[in-house]
Design a protein around this ligand. Sequence first.
Ligand SMILES: O=C(CO)[C@@H](O)[C@H](O)COP(=O)(O)O
Length: 225
Amino acid sequence: MTTRDLLIAPSILSADFGALRADVAAAAEAGGDWIHIDVMDGHFVPNISFGPIVVQAIRPATPKVFDVHLMIAPTDPYLAAFAEAGADVITVHVEAGPHVHRSLQAIRALGKKAGVALNPGTPAEAIAPLLDDVDLVLAMTVNPGFGGQAFIAPVVEKIRRIAALVGDRPIDIEVDGGVTPQTAPLVVEAGANVLVAGSAAFKGGQSAYAGNIAAIRRAAEGARG
Ligand SMILES: O=C(CO)[C@@H](O)[C@H](O)COP(=O)(O)O
């Protein structure tokens, strides 16, 4: 995985759960660079999605990077299971527990890329003590738990501060929530390079995925100059 390349990561929360492996394959073939996988526990966020056995079940769909976003607390008892299931990047929330360094170091010890996510209300400065332990920072532009929510525009300035804190370190800056061809240029201009898109990628059925992903990429590339 190359850092700071522009990457589009379809979020399978908006996929067809009745045919999930085939829909993941379709999103990858349609041009998704990473596959974004939202894990929710009904405790850290008010929704429940799936666990490591589903990640394992869809792993054969594509060799592309599986970007697993854990919206669960606690995280540490489950890290090894997600690594074994086929995650390539594992992201934990800074708000999910008091020992985030321990979680990030455990992810790297499992041979995986370590990400830290920030809810919209968490200041950018929360990443400052973590920069030596992360490969990715995920800025949520919705409160996590559901697809199809409205983009929280004030987070764009926070992304700019995250980019300044990251500097030239090889750390990806990912944005998730309400990403569309309209909002993608805003977050890319602020410094993001990995764009997660759920409803905007999966709308219209499989025949539309390639056009949906290309539209987000085109809009984002325009903002990179
Ligand atoms: O993590 C989440 C929601 O908690 C996201 O990954 C959503 O799946 C994004 O969906 P859209 O806002 O793009 O529809």
